[in-house]
Design a protein around this ligand. Structure first.
Ligand SMILES: [Zn+2]
Length: 132
């Protein structure tokens, strides 16, 4: 593995958590899932796109997830999902590029043409592409 462009802190950072003074800390299982997301999804995408990936939401503790209106069983609460954008790339363009990359993922979702949601679940990846 070459150098990583991601820090776990980027997947934990949450403006909502800060605004509400919530400690948005993952447990060890979520942390493990976040590392998988970086190794198997984010870094391979970053290496191919060759542009910075801007993470808008990664891990969300239950409290933060409720505040942002996430579904209760959201993969974000397990550290299995991340939302991101890339400057100068449309969401639909990113989705098609990622689909052609031959990387493993559980769900790849175009969310309202605003951001890409990608999730990874070790051993249970459905490789599903959706649009909301
Ligand atoms: Zn998401």
């Amino acid at each position: 593995m070459s150098n990583l462009n991601f820090k776990i802190s980027e997947l934990i950072q949450s403006d909502t958590a800060i605004a509400h003074n919530i400690n948005n800390m993952p447990d060890i299982n979520s942390l493990d899932c976040m590392l998988d997301l970086i190794f198997y999804c984010l870094q391979p995408i970053r290496d191919k796109i060759k542009k910075p990936i801007i993470i808008s939401s990664g891990f969300r503790c239950k409290e933060v997830n409720n505040l942002v209106g996430g579904v209760s069983n959201s993969q974000h609460t397990k550290g299995q999902a991340v939302d991101f954008t890339v400057k100068g790339e449309s969401v639909s363009g990113l989705i098609s590029k990622i689909k052609s990359m031959n990387i493993e993922f559980d769900q790849l979702i175009n969310e309202y043409d605003k951001w890409v949601h990608i999730s990874y679940v070790k051993g249970k990846n459905r490789k599903q592409t959706l649009k909301y």
